[in-house]
Design a protein around this ligand. Structure first.
Ligand code: PMP
Length: 338
């Protein structure tokens, strides 16, 4: 075991964990890249680190400077933690609808939070546009300047996965990998890993939640959306710069009803506490396994840690309200131990 020099050095190099139940059910080896084991407990630490390093290298981010970002939460947590370890401040614009646990974590990490009402991307007050304007203002007023991280269109995000996640998967499997499945938020993970693995013959699949537009884009050429999902951090409605030049081999549209039982089983039977985007990824992995047939090795992403969603995903009242499946174990009264 090596010693990490600092927090940045502890980002990445996550294990691949065999997902037992879905592997047995499909006859494939389905492996989850344990991104919840990053210091900020999500896949977005990698993007945060690369965005910060890139801004420093360009001379845009100066010592003591401020990083501004619009984020569903995880990118903000990554930026705040990596930023704190390097002496930067963070200001995070987040839609009010995101989980309270993520907001608490952001505050704990030292970020200043600006909550805005959830609004579609075409609305000028959408969190992404809001954060860009705020960054422009703070660049003028903050003593050491400010930058806008711009995770959606800043390809330093995808580069993190080109240089780390993709090569790690290739090395960990010894090149014995047939498929890779992921949902997309910024698209950095999906397109970055694809850039490394697709040329080596690995089939790449998009798992898109309801309410996102990429499934329709990759199957019909038009962006169209229908329904919604409780999964946070994914569900893109446009081709971001991080997705430019990327084409999946397969695209799946996945409902919450199909996806959620996978993480409920995973928690109860395999001890892995995951969030909603991981549920979409697991459902996508099962679809790809069925399409490829038994005997294949498929990798997906275990995106973030589930305690971040305790009040929603693991709350029977919330699930019932949304007419989503509630596993029996979630409502069982614990037996009393004398
Ligand atoms: N899952 C979660 C929980 C996330 O927060 C994100 C990023 N917002 C993703 C998946 C998707 O990652 P990417 O931005 O690389 O597409």
């Amino acid at each position: 075991m090596r010693i990490a020099r600092d927090l940045a050095d502890a980002v990445g190099k996550t294990p691949l964990i065999r997902l037992r139940r879905i592997s047995e059910e499909t006859g494939c080896e389905i492996l989850g890249k344990a991104e919840f084991m990053n210091p900020g407990q999500s896949v977005k630490d990698r993007a945060a680190l690369y965005i910060i390093r890139d801004a420093i290298a360009r001379g845009d981010l100066k010592p003591g400077g401020t990083i501004v970002e619009g984020t569903a939460g995880n990118t903000g947590i990554g930026l705040a933690l990596v930023g704190a370890s390097m002496g930067f401040k963070t200001v995070i614009v987040i839609p009010e609808t995101q989980s309270e646990e993520k907001k608490d974590m952001l505050r704990l990490a030292g970020a200043q939070l600006v909550q805005v009402p959830a609004a579609p991307y075409r609305n000028p007050n959408n969190f992404v546009h809001y954060s860009r304007r705020l960054a422009e203002e703070l660049a003028q007023t903050e003593p050491n300047g400010a930058i806008w991280a711009n995770q959606f269109d800043n390809v330093a995000n995808r580069q993190a996965h080109v240089e780390t996640t993709g090569p790690e998967i290739w090395e960990q499997t010894g090149g014995n990998v047939d498929g890779f499945v992921s949902a997309a938020g910024s698209g950095g993970t999906l397109a970055g890993v694809a850039e490394v693995l697709q040329p080596k013959g690995v089939k790449i699949a998009l798992a898109d939640p309801m309410g996102a537009g990429l499934y329709s884009y990759y199957t019909t050429g038009e962006i169209a959306t229908e329904g919604g999902s409780i999964a946070e951090g994914i569900g893109q409605v446009r081709v971001t710069k991080n997705l430019e030049g990327f084409t999946p081999d397969h695209s799946y549209q996945i409902t919450d009803n199909e996806a959620l039982p996978y993480i409920f089983d995973l928690l109860h039977e395999e001890g892995l506490v995951m969030g909603g985007s991981t549920a979409i990824n697991m459902a996508g992995a099962v679809r790809l396994a069925k399409e490829m047939g038994p005997g294949h090795t498929i990798v997906t992403i275990l995106c973030d840690y589930g305690t971040r969603y305790q009040s929603k995903l693991f709350n029977p009242e919330f699930l019932r309200e949304k007419e989503l499946p509630v596993p029996d174990w979630m409502t069982e009264v614990p037996r009393s131990i004398p």
